[in-house]
Design a protein around this ligand. Structure first.
Ligand SMILES: Cc1cc2nc3c(=O)[nH]c(=O)nc-3n(C[C@H](O)[C@H](O)[C@H](O)COP(=O)(O)O)c2cc1C
Length: 389
């Protein structure tokens, strides 16, 4: 086979990167939906000769295969530790294609029991100079039943028959459901999707659904998690937390995770803190970031999200951690792993840096394993080892 010479990376650098250099121009949500439509088409038609050739090329360009990157966590095979974070593929439209971008896993959702349109637009803003984003999407998604249909349409097999396509599903509460009835809302969606999800992420940390973060209160969270754990064939559970919790609140959640035998945590979601960007203006609305609603993601979140991973790992090494927030380079992914994350996820950094980021991170990790003479990525987790050039 002729070696693919970075065709997709070149296309991205020439067509998409220039758009991402400014806040204005093509709307951020429109651009996301446009790219997702293209990927949806490919995911739905993988077997068409032209599409299948394209996917083969994609695979060749972005996939890195190395046994040292493989981990089994809660019985799930993760062929590499880099995943797509929740929110990009909310309806699982392209669920069959993320592995071809080199991801070791993808988190689909957030999905809710009821279909919902989310907050009024515009609701996603680029902060180009800071390589960050502000979003207040509000769980726009087509609902749990539709996600099942979408999986069937793409030939996403039941998890027991799937090979090398690890999918987590992120569950949230529907906007119209009262907080006091949240448990039933989560249970309905999870029950429908159990056959498809390798793990379930319980999202109690989105800042864009009123009251949702109250479910991080240990008493409410315990009730919710107990009910979910009681489901037949309950998949491994990961609780996704906000970066705006105090360390004391995080300690209480960790205690609960340990007491209730929950499999792990995902840290973190987007931040309500403006992380030094309070005076930054959103060009489209003319308002300051301190005056805007929504969660901040990307580079400004890196430090905080890493501190939280380090904190959790220091207090309980048995909690499996997925680190997310501001990861945008091999160095920052390595730091997150050495702080205690077994797996990492990308969203904003992947958009700004392009799909080449995944193989760059994986090759960077392999290089560090060699330099530090480690035989598997597991040995790096929580090791505090430095990145060496
Ligand atoms: C546009 C957008 C939509 C998102 N939607 C969700 C979501 O539906 N559920 C969720 O758990 N996280 C969602 N997130 C948060 C990401 O999964 C991630 O936790 C956060 O952005 C930090 O990672 P990053 O700095 O790499 O983007 C969203 C983020 C963005 C930018």
């Amino acid at each position: 086979m002729i070696k693919n010479k970075g065709i997709f990376n070149n296309i991205y650098k020439n067509l998409v990167t220039p758009i991402l250099k400014t806040d204005t121009g093509i709307d951020a949500e429109y651009l996301t939906n446009l790219s997702l439509s293209l990927l949806t088409f490919c995911s739905n038609n993988r077997n068409w000769p032209l599409v299948s050739r394209m996917i083969e090329n994609l695979n060749q360009e972005f996939c890195v295969v190395d046994n040292r990157l493989h981990q089994k966590i809660c019985g799930i095979d993760f062929f590499n530790p880099v995943g797509l974070a929740a929110g990009f593929d909310k309806n699982g439209d392209a669920a069959n294609i993320w592995r071809d971008f080199g991801f070791g896993f993808a988190e689909i959702g957030t999905v809710t029991k009821f279909a919902q349109s989310g907050n009024p637009k515009p609701r996603l803003f680029r902060l180009a100079a800071e390589e960050a984003a502000l979003n207040r999407m509000g769980f726009n998604n087509n609902g749990a039943e539709n996600l099942v249909k979408n999986f069937l349409k793409q030939g996403v097999y039941l998890k027991k028959n799937r090979k090398n396509n690890c999918l987590g599903i992120n569950f949230g509460k529907s906007k119209i459901t009262k907080l006091s009835e949240a448990t039933e809302d989560y249970l309905t969606s999870i029950k429908l999707l159990i056959p498809y999800c390798d793990y379930a992420a319980i999202n109690v940390s989105s800042p864009n659904t009123e009251g949702l973060r109250k479910l991080q209160d240990p008493i409410l969270l315990k009730e919710l998690l107990r009910e979910i754990k009681n489901l037949d064939n309950c998949p491994p559970l990961f609780v996704k937390i906000a970066p705006d919790l105090s360390f004391k609140d995080i300690d209480d959640i960790c205690q609960l995770i340990s007491d209730e035998n929950i499999d792990g945590m995902i840290a973190t979601n987007t931040s309500l803190d403006r992380l030094g960007l309070e005076q930054r203006k959103i060009k489209q609305t003319g308002l300051l970031l301190s005056e805007e609603n929504g969660g901040l993601s990307g580079k400004p979140l890196q430090l905080k999200a890493n501190q939280i991973i380090r904190h959790i790992h220091n207090i309980d090494k048995n909690i499996n951690l997925i680190g997310v927030g501001g990861i945008d380079s091999p160095n920052s992914a390595w730091e997150r792993i050495c702080s205690g994350a077994s797996l990492v996820q990308l969203y904003t950094g992947w958009v700004y840096k392009g799909p080449q980021l995944v193989p760059n991170i994986l090759n960077g990790i392999i290089k560090q394993l060699n330099i530090h003479q480690l035989s598997n990525i597991k040995e790096a987790i929580g090791s505090n080892l430095e990145w060496i050039e």
